[in-house]
Write a protein that binds this ligand. Structure first.
Ligand code: HEM
Length: 519
């Protein structure tokens, strides 16, 4: 027998140990990957299959549903629709739901990377998720790219922190406070109309054509700047510009499956996100420093954030900055899009424009502006806004994540960790709920109160219902009433109807309209 000299083993021992440890790490890593990316997803798929819930099969890498969904969105966004009707909204803003629900039914399972997503559009199920069983669901933990836009503000918070932030924001946006803002909103709308009138006079024509979408974004930006921060559009302009640049990058990030750690890699996109995020933070911090001690802003959100009454509720600077980011974005984007769709719909449906104008003249007086006391009498305007929110809900869909195992509608067993995709636009267009004419613009359907809570939920439902709902509706009512009272509006022949889901639903190519002053 040959004897191995003892010193050879000793000399190689450290290398052997390292190799052994490496092997253990590789085996553990492989095991974790197999467990999280193969075993768990297949088990969940089987779990839903047993309940007769089907969907595109789980594929870890090639031809996975996240990729297919991305391609479907790219396809609709590169196709142009020609006629201005409302029956293709679901197909355009949530093509994956439209296509897969035809094959697998209204409730189906698809995959976002290795994360299971249950798509639902049954109002009973949605009501349980958002209202009666809301405690079993949380917000989806955002991709860090998305956080660059909202920070850790109300939209993404959960738990104790959410309770504190929600209490502060709800006080700043309760109906009594909003009524105090009515003259400010009227004034902001008058300024916008003065600018338009000057344009008409400058061209020596009786009408003028422009992209209403852009104008309404500035208008909404001005109002959120005033009500939330006691500043105005020009002061917050840089923040809005930077946020707009961020949206495009964030959208790409959201459509891709998030790879842990990827955000730290200095790719071109990540570096642009970091730069934009840094500048937004700096500009907001300066604005807070400048405005926080001003007396005139005592009723703003910013004032409420910096001077919380209870010691436990005191917020740090980062928390305040993050909340400002959230409100700058959430307060502008959605309301501007609601108003854009409302004007396009009134341009298309002249008979409703006449009805609205007649109501404004009757309630407010010809050439007069609405005030806090007569807003509730603008019933036709309210019905028009509701019908707009039904057909073109700015927040086209909503997401949640089951934080524990939960049973829905007595039949659907949802395991903890499942993400839920609530297809709001599909519910709003469902012929079983709204009748065969579901895709027809008919504000009359809002004459009577709706019969099912979750058949119409443009502002969400339950404890997390939109905190800015009062502001959005008052702002939309005033703006619509004043503009319809002052101008006749029509859709320009150059308008291309292409609803698109960015972070909220908007017209992909803008909203070209023709305005002429009423005699
Ligand atoms: C037409 C306009 C608007 C629509 C359609 C809309 C829609 C929504 C929806 C659907 C939610 C619920 C999201 C969820 O539960 O996942 C929400 C939440 C929220 N909205 Fe709005 N919103 C609008 C205007 C506004 C305005 C003007 C503000 C700010 C002043 C605002 C601030 C927020 C915030 C901070 C939340 C998060 C609330 C929480 O989680 O507690 N929204 N909004």
């Amino acid at each position: 027998m040959i004897e191995v000299p003892h010193f050879i083993f000793l000399r190689h021992k450290p290398i052997m140990v390292i190799l052994f440890l490496l092997l253990v790490i590789i085996i553990l890593l492989l095991f974790t990957i197999l467990y999280t990316h193969i075993w768990i997803p297949f088990r969940i798929q089987l779990h839903f299959n047993h309940q007769r819930i089907k969907g595109p099969a789980y594929r870890p890498i090639i031809k996975n549903s996240a990729g297919i969904r991305r391609r479907m969105i790219a396809e609709v966004e590169s196709s142009r629709t020609t006629s201005f009707n409302h029956n293709e909204v679901v197909k355009r803003v949530m093509p994956h739901y439209y296509n897969w629900s035809k094959v697998y039914g209204d409730t189906f399972l698809y995959w976002f990377g290795s994360k299971p997503r249950l798509a639902v559009s049954d109002p009973d199920v949605i009501k349980e998720i958002l209202v009666t069983k809301s405690g079993s669901f949380g917000k989806i933990r955002s991709d860090p790219g998305v956080n660059a836009l909202f920070g850790e503000g109300l939209v993404s918070l959960d738990g104790e922190k959410w309770i504190v932030h929600r209490r502060i924001a709800a006080q700043a946006y309760n109906m009594e406070r909003i009524k105090e803002w009515v003259p400010v909103i009227v004034n902001s709308t008058q300024n916008m109309m003065k600018k338009w009138d000057a344009n008409i006079e400058a061209t020596n024509k009786s009408d003028f054509e422009f992209d209403v979408h852009k104008e309404l974004h500035q208008h909404s930006a001005d109002i959120i700047s005033r009500t939330a921060f006691g500043s105005n559009y020009s002061e917050g302009k840089r923040i809005f510009e930077l946020q707009e640049q961020l949206v495009m990058l964030v959208l790409q990030t959201m459509r891709n499956v998030y790879i842990p750690g990827f955000r730290f890699i200095p790719t071109k996109r990540n570096m642009t996100i970091w730069k934009l995020e840094k500048e937004i933070t700096e500009v907001i911090t300066k604005l807070i420093e400048k405005n926080k001690n001003t007396k005139e802003i005592s009723n703003t959100l910013l004032a409420a954030l910096v001077s919380t009454s209870k010691k436990d509720d005191m917020l740090g600077l980062k928390e305040i900055v993050d909340e400002c980011k959230t409100f700058y974005f959430a307060g502008k984007e959605t309301t501007a899009n609601l108003l854009t769709w409302a004007f396009l719909l009134l341009g298309l449906h002249q008979e409703w424009q006449d009805k609205a104008r007649e109501e404004v003249d009757r309630v407010c007086g010809k050439n007069a502006s609405p005030c806090a006391d007569n807003l509730a009498d603008l019933k036709i305007i309210k019905m028009i806004l509701n019908e707009t929110l039904r057909l073109y809900p700015p927040a086209a869909m909503m997401m949640r994540r089951a934080s524990e195992n939960v049973k829905l509608a007595g039949r659907l067993d949802v395991p903890a960790g499942t993400q839920i995709f609530m297809a709001m636009t599909a519910v709003h267009h469902d012929v079983r709920i709204w009748g065969e004419d579901a895709s027809v613009f008919n504000p009359m359907r809002f004459l009577e109160p709706r019969n099912h809570l979750a058949s119409f939920f443009p502002f969400g439902l339950g404890p997390r219902v939109c905190v800015g709902q009062n502001l959005a509706l008052v702002e939309a009512k005033i703006t619509l009433a004043m503009i319809v009272g002052h101008y006749s509006i029509a859709v320009s022949p150059s308008y291309v109807h292409a609803p698109m889901q960015s972070l909220s639903m908007q017209p992909q190519y803008g909203a070209q309209m023709i305005f002429s002053r009423r005699g």
